[in-house]
Design a protein around this ligand. Structure first.
Ligand code: SF4
Length: 135
């Protein structure tokens, strides 16, 4: 049996608590707070303590879905991205840039969040961009 411990940052909010993920045979099995850090000093909130659980969830989306005739259907990434680009472009053309809004996630990295606001402002011309950690 293989056992690994990996230091990482909690994906749930912007506090940046440090944690250790335990894996057995490549599967995450627990989350532990990192003691040697000023950020969270050996503690995690209830969300952080369960941060490993969504990774292997059977309900997790692993492929893009497109709604057709009221039903969600699996598709490939190129088709999904083409659908998003054409849909967003049509909405912008018909109703203006501020008819669009972008909402990012605490589960994304800082770099991914930066890119989303860049896409919103520079790509589609709207400042309607927000993040779930602000709610
Ligand atoms: S452990 Fe809780 S407070 Fe710390 S980053 Fe995760 S969600 Fe935020």
């Amino acid at each position: 049996m293989r056992y690994d411990v990996t230091r990482t940052t909690c994906p749930y909010c912007g506090c940046g608590c440090q944690m250790l993920l335990e894996a057995m045979d490549g599967k995450l099995v627990s989350t532990m707070p990192l003691k040697e850090t000023d950020m969270n000093g050996g503690k995690l909130c209830i969300k952080g303590l369960n941060a490993h659980e969504f990774v292997h969830s059977k309900d997790r989306l692993t492929r893009p879905l497109i709604r057709e005739n009221g039903r969600l259907k699996e598709t490939d990434w190129d088709t999904a991205l083409d659908t998003i680009v054409s849909g967003f472009s049509r909405i912008k053309e018909q109703h203006g840039s501020d008819s669009l809004a972008f909402f990012s996630s605490a589960r994304c990295t800082n770099e991914e969040n930066f890119l989303l606001q860049k896409l919103s402002r520079a790509g589609f011309g709207t400042n309607n961009v927000d993040h779930c950690a602000r709610l």
